[in-house]
Design a protein around this ligand. Structure first.
Ligand SMILES: [Zn+2]
Length: 91
């Protein structure tokens, strides 16, 4: 995460969301991929090799895309509620 916004200079350090984005990313990735892989397993039959190969590629890519979005959303949420901000912080 960058230290400050490139546009307005708002410092992001007080709004670091810790492990929240990682937890949500794992949960959302699982909620998306579990039904997809279940349906694919039912369609593909007993051979799980293509399923494993597709899962190995898609799950990390999906997680990395979601992590960026979810982390940005959590920083924005923490900033909006001023969670982590000190009283002398401006905006
Ligand atoms: Zn900004």
């Amino acid at each position: 995460m960058q230290d400050a916004c490139g546009q307005c200079g708002l410092g992001f350090r007080p709004y670091a969301p810790a492990a929240g984005p990682a937890f949500l990313t794992i949960a959302v990735t699982g909620m998306i991929m579990a039904p997809v892989l279940s349906v694919a397993a039912a369609i593909l039959g007993p051979d799980r090799t293509p399923l494993v190969l597709v899962g190995i590629v898609t799950m990390p890519v999906l997680a990395l895309v979601l992590l960026r979005v979810i982390k940005g959303a959590m920083v924005g949420y923490l900033w909006a509620l001023r969670i982590g901000a000190r009283p002398d912080d401006k905006d």
